[in-house]
Design a binder for this molecule. Structure first.
Ligand SMILES: Nc1ncnc2c1ncn2[C@@H]1O[C@H](COP(=O)(O)OP(=O)(O)OP(=O)(O)O)[C@@H](O)[C@H]1O
Ligand SMILES: [Mg+2]
Length: 248
């Protein structure tokens, strides 16, 4: 049975796209069949992160009934499948975001894991992404404005009746000045599914247009994304940081 995760944060720039592509690429490297969908239609990032910024057929064409979903799927050199959105703003007004549910239903027949990268904010576009998913993964950073918006995202999921799998904390630097993981757990009242350290290789991977898990697989962030992917697959880790902090 295919599984669909939407990656949502509320606040912009928290690491949604980085998490969507790296989680997808890690699952792909672990032998799973994955499609990553750029459900951030107004400000798409997936194609930019993966070096396919301009492609002939996009999710925009599918959502406006101008193409079949299979025509808009591309393969990254790593083997990861991508369904990108258009960088053009031309057809934005015509897009029916609610059609995403049907598109995702079709994708479920094509791959085992579907990862939806979402737009910043909690508007119609993000709502469509949440509604099209089976479970939501909230991405946040260790600072109050990001965690406050993450809490709003959790509440929105509750209102929409969508289960939240947990949160991924990005750009963690283990500093006293940051919000502490225990406080974030208390505030959000959802499990942690990933703890991604600040890693300068993230910027280098972006320049290479390759997920960090492929370009720098031994880097700190890559190891953390692999650990997150294994947790999603239910593969038990040896006793490590997660077990000590999160007690699972
Ligand atoms: N663990 C990390 N270490 C260092 N830099 C990171 C890390 N995670 C993300 N970044 C950087 O943070 C910036 C924002 O990340 P990203 O584009 O993934 O955020 P986003 O939530 O998708 O943004 P938007 O809301 O605009 O779509 C990027 O430059 C990315 O390289
Ligand atoms: Mg993004």
């Amino acid at each position: 049975m295919a599984r669909v995760y939407s990656i949502v944060s509320g606040k912009g720039g928290t690491g949604k796209t980085s998490s969507a592509i790296n989680l997808a690429a890690a699952l792909n490297s672990l032998g799973e069949d994955v499609i990553v969908v750029d459900a951030n239609i107004s400000t798409p990032n997936v194609g930019i992160h993966l070096g396919a910024p301009i492609v002939p057929v996009t999710l925009n064409h599918v959502l406006t009934n101008r193409a079949e979903v299979t025509e808009a799927i591309y393969k990254h050199e790593s083997g990861l499948k991508i369904l990108p959105s258009s960088l053009s703003t031309q057809d934005l007004g015509r897009i029916k975001h609610e059609n995403l549910v049907q598109v995702v239903k079709q994708l479920k027949r094509l791959s085992k894991y579907i990862i939806l990268d979402s737009a910043a904010g909690l508007g119609k576009e993000t709502e469509a992404s949440i509604l099209a998913s089976d479970e939501v993964i909230i991405v946040t950073q260790p600072e109050m404005p990001a965690v406050t918006d993450a809490l709003k995202a959790v509440k929105l999921c509750e209102q929409l009746g969508k289960p939240v799998k947990g949160f991924i904390l990005t750009r963690h630097r283990w500093k006293k000045s940051e919000m502490q993981v225990e406080n974030i757990l208390d505030m959000l009242e959802i499990p942690a599914v990933g703890l991604i350290p600040e890693d300068k290789n993230m910027q280098k991977a972006l320049m290479l247009k390759s997920p960090i898990v492929n370009s720098y697989p031994k880097s700190k962030a890559s190891k953390a994304y692999f650990e997150t992917a294994r947790r999603l697959l239910g593969i038990k880790e040896e006793k490590g940081f997660f077990e000590r902090i999160f007690g699972s």
